[in-house]
Each structure stands twice: as structure tokens, then as C-alpha cells.
Write a protein that binds this ligand. Structure first.
Ligand code: C2E
Ligand code: MG
Ligand code: MG
Ligand code: MG
Length: 284
């Protein structure tokens, strides 16, 4: 019996591995042409000021509407796009499209102050020799001021980064583009190293806010977040928290002194119209 069960388990594991391989293969072959076929779209999630609940900006999050598999999240295809190199044209498209969108919002809400657009950059894009030139080009063609753009780079992509890698980010930062360190706190980077990086925003990873979801909140997580916020502020960095799912969390994070927040408590990522109506309503 044990043997039979073991055998079934292996058969099941094989079947799952096959299914994954097929899916992966299917995605790999469909990915290169997906951009030309217009199968990608962007959802926007608001970033909110913890102080008054007003909209600070939005993060652009790409999705793939696959003809057979339906809507796929970035975790399903960004690693593949990185691997195949498609990330470069895909990333360029996301930047162009979301900057155009941000400029549209900006022109309709000029009294609301500058609205920020956050765009994720993958490591391959970071290494691409035309990153600066293309970003400048996209901004110039759209008319959006550089100060309204924030490029998010993960902490892990910058670990051990040498000057060659940091130079384009410095150039962008000098133009006024904000650089955010995404998923901060997951990459075991040396905190002292932060000073060396041309970043102006820390995006605290969702794993910290998760510990605050319990009642009462995990006191250790609270202390860690407090410590990071005070360190960040002493280095003149703004702090955004990811993954805020409850009002209690939002209140605690506000008291600790976090600047902006993002999460399902405010809004899930959604169609651009959603941001438009939030801006009209002046708060989330
Ligand atoms: P990220 O940049 O850290 O984005 C935040 C992720 O957290 C998003 O997942 C968002 O939908 C999710 N999220 C937001 N609020 C909450 C919350 O309250 N609770 C929970 N549980 N989750 C929340 P998503 O959209 O699946 O994106 C995953 C990752 O894919 C992103 O993580 C980013 O690293 C990457 N990504 C997305 N769009 C792009 C892109 O255009 N280019 C590149 N290179 N990477 C992208
Ligand atoms: Mg991000
Ligand atoms: Mg993040
Ligand atoms: Mg994250």
C-alpha cells in the first residue's frame, strides 16, 4: 500500500511538473509576440498620503491578457521576459504608456499638485545602455516633468551594485526622477550602504505590514518599522509602505511616521479610470 501511495505521489508530482513545463513552454512561445498583439495592459494602484488620505500617485503594474490562460499577473511572466530579453521592449512600453497616462491625469488635475507615477524597473532594464536616453525621450515626448516619475528598483537588484550600474540611476536622479528602493527589507542589504545609492524613497516590503495585521500587532515588527522609518528620515528618504490591508494598520503606520501607503485597504490595482475618479473625489 505504502508503495502504491508512493508511486501515485510520484506520478502526481510528474504530472504537475509536466503541466508546469507545458504552461511554461506555452508562455515562452507566446511571450515574444504578445507585445505586438497588444495583449499587455496596465493596472494602477493608488499611493496615498497617510496624513490626510489624499492621492500621492499611482504604481503601474503590468498584466498579460493571454488568449488561452486569461489574465496573468507579472509574477507569471516577468521572470520569463527577463530571461528572453523581452523585458526591454515590454518595460519601454510600460514606461511610455504609464507616463502618457500620468500626464493625462496631471493635465486634468493641475490644482491637485503633482501626481506621481511609479514604474517598476527590472535588473535587465537597469543594465540596458539606453535606459537614460529612452527615459528622457519618453518624458520629453509626453510633457510630464521628470519630478513626477518614480522608478522602482528592487533592493536585491542593487546589492553589490558598482558605479557602472549606479551611474544611470544617478543621472536620472539628477534630472529630478525619483528612485525608490522596492521590497525594502527583504534583500539583507547593508543599511549603511543606503547612503551610497541615489534613492529618495524606501518602499517597505509587505512582509512587515503582514506582522502588523495581527491583533495586537507583532511588537517586534512595529519596532523594526519604527527603526527603519527613523533611519530613512535621517537620511532624507521618504517611506512608502506596501500591503496595507486594514484601517488599523494604516493608523499605526501613520503614527509611526510613514509617509505614504499602498494596499488593498485603499484600493486594489485597477483600471486608469479608478485613479481619475479618486483624484476627482480628492481622497481615497
Ligand atoms: P511590487 O512592485 O512590489 O508591487 C506590489 C505588489 O503587491 C503588486 O503585485 C500588488 O498588486 C500587490 N499588492 C498591493 N497591495 C497589496 C495588499 O494590500 N496586499 C497584498 N497581498 N498584495 C498587495 P503584482 O501586481 O502581482 O506585481 C508583482 C510584482 O511584479 C511587482 O511587485 C513588481 O516587482 C513586478 N512588476 C509589476 N509590473 C511590472 C513592470 O511593469 N515591470 C517590471 N519589471 N516588474 C513589474
Ligand atoms: Mg513596485
Ligand atoms: Mg514593492
Ligand atoms: Mg513587493
Amino acid at each position: 500500500r505504502a508503495k502504491a501511495a508512493g508511486g501515485n505521489r510520484f506520478a502526481l508530482a510528474d504530472a504537475e511538473a509536466d503541466a508546469r513545463a507545458i504552461t511554461r513552454h506555452g508562455l515562452t512561445t507566446a511571450l515574444p509576440t504578445a507585445l505586438d498583439r497588444g495583449e499587455f495592459f496596465i493596472e494602477y494602484q493608488p499611493l496615498v498620503h497617510l496624513g490626510d488620505g489624499s492621492v500621492h500617485g499611482a504604481e503601474a503594474l503590468v498584466r498579460w491578457c493571454h488568449p488561452q490562460h486569461g489574465v496573468l499577473g507579472p509574477d507569471r511572466f516577468i521572470p520569463l521576459a527577463e530571461h528572453t530579453g523581452l523585458i526591454v521592449p515590454l518595460g519601454r512600453w510600460v514606461l511610455e504608456e504609464s507616463v502618457r497616462q500620468a500626464n493625462f491625469w496631471q493635465e486634468r488635475h493641475t490644482d491637485g499638485g503633482p501626481l506621481r507615477i511609479n514604474v517598476n524597473l527590472s535588473p535587465t532594464q537597469l543594465h540596458h545602455p539606453r535606459l537614460v536616453a529612452e527615459t528622457v525621450d519618453v518624458l520629453e515626448r509626453s510633457g510630464l516633468e521628470p519630478g513626477a516619475l518614480c522608478l522602482e528598483v528592487t533592493e536585491s537588484a542593487l546589492i553589490g551594485a558598482d558605479d557602472d550600474l549606479l551611474k544611470p540611476l544617478r543621472q536620472l536622479a539628477e534630472m529630478g526622477v525619483d528612485i525608490a528602493l522596492d521590497d525594502f527589507g527583504t534583500g539583507y542589504s547593508n543599511l549603511a550602504n543606503l547612503r551610497r545609492l541615489p534613492v529618495s524613497v524606501l518602499k517597505l516590503d509587505r512582509s512587515f505590514t503582514q506582522g502588523m495585521q495581527q491583533h495586537p500587532a507583532d511588537p517586534v515588527d512595529l519596532k523594526i518599522v519604527e527603526g527603519i522609518v527613523s533611519l530613512a528620515h535621517s537620511l532624507d528618504l521618504a517611506v512608502t509602505v506596501e500591503g496595507v490591508e486594514t484601517g488599523a494598520q494604516a493608523e499605526q503606520l501613520r503614527q509611526i511616521g510613514c509617509d505614504t501607503a499602498q494596499g488593498w485597504y485603499y484600493a486594489r490595482p485597477g483600471a486608469p479610470d479608478r485613479i481619475h475618479s479618486l483624484l476627482l473625489a480628492d481622497a481615497v
